[in-house]
Design a protein around this ligand. Sequence first.
Ligand SMILES: Nc1ncnc2c1ncn2[C@@H]1O[C@H](COP(=O)(O)OP(=O)(O)O)[C@@H](O)[C@H]1O
Ligand SMILES: O=P([O-])([O-])O[C@@H]1[C@@H](O)[C@H](O)[C@@H](O)[C@H](O)[C@@H]1O
Length: 383
Amino acid sequence: MVTAAAAHKPQQQQTRVLIAGNYCHDVLIQDDTVKAESLGGAASFISNVVNGMSIPCNLVSKVGEDFKYPVDYTPIVIPTSKTTVFHAYFDLGIHENGHQDRVLKRVCACDPIRPSDLPDVRSNFGMAVGVGGEILPETLERMIEICDAVFVDIQALIRVFDSVDGTVKLVKLEETGFYSMLPRIGVLKASSEEAVFMDVEEVRKWCCVVVTNGKDGCKVYWKDGELRISPFSANQEDPTGAGDSFLGGFVAGLVQGLAVPDAALLGNLFGSLTVEQIGLPKFDSRLLQRVKDEVQRRKMQCLHCERSDNELYFLKPVGHEQFHASLGSAKLIPPCSSQARPWTPSNSPKETEQTPIPHYTAQAKLLVNSVYEEPIQTVEGKP
Ligand SMILES: Nc1ncnc2c1ncn2[C@@H]1O[C@H](COP(=O)(O)OP(=O)(O)O)[C@@H](O)[C@H]1O
Ligand SMILES: O=P([O-])([O-])O[C@@H]1[C@@H](O)[C@H](O)[C@@H](O)[C@H](O)[C@@H]1O
């Protein structure tokens, strides 16, 4: 078995982002026909965004010897296990409102990621983003120890799998072994379908909660306030990975020093770009360059914003709407090449109202510290 240390990509001196979650083989099925097969898993969608934004990261993932995709971050290969496989059925989950949703089945599960698989160096941002049950309570504990702020996708915590056919079901967050760790994580991200499996009013007392809502963008909740963040328009082809790419964009924004509302816009942007392609999206290089330029410009703008108090961190900094417009216009740049293929009917997003409710909270402080306290320390007792 390849050890975690040997499997990692050679490290830059300062690892800023640590992603933990297994790569998967995704099979997209509609009307009993395989429509596409793709590299999947939240870790692949997130690293795709983070790499696209030129942010160095470290990724811990486990696969079997059957793993079939080239990836930037070498996974740990488990000879006795197979790669996690998900079948996504797009015709079984028609909601009462007519909205087409998917039914997911985990048909194969690779080994969980254990604390010993994680690197011994500290990271500023940890991302616990399992999809097939690979994040164990002790793994999340270890991430909390070695990362300044931990971002968790609730799907890593509340999924259970039917013992016969692997259908993904969700359980209440408070019934899981992760609930007591909430005060020590930075951000918990959930889709609106997943959010009903937690008491948002209770959880927001402990950590920042981000609920994504498809074409309607997302909402950020913290102890004393909440904020709706506008979406970007998209012609949806495949919803797979939108939430993952959102989280990648959100963290990419925070890594670069954006305030939470601006970083959430970057999350919305990458979510909207992802639904326009089938499977793992390929971002156009000109678009990425423009987004990076806009983020740099925004960062410089906000250096001049009043920011001496933690209270301001959740505030929409002046110029937020303009930043939204600039990112939106980046989406209009003609692509170097077109990757999108028609498959499902497209959706058009509605503009949503914005509700700034600025207040200081302990979570804000945690995030501020994680972003602005620069030095990366080594784990106590380890080199
Ligand atoms: N049809 C869409 N149009 C525009 N943006 C979208 C669309 N679907 C998703 N997004 C973006 O991606 C984010 C995550 O999508 P969502 O469907 O809520 O998550 P998940 O993939 O976890 O179900 C949304 O908050 C939004 O910013
Ligand atoms: O669509 P989304 O919820 O953001 O995330 C998806 C997971 O729910 C799914 O289990 C996995 O197979 C996909 O590759 C993707 O990671």
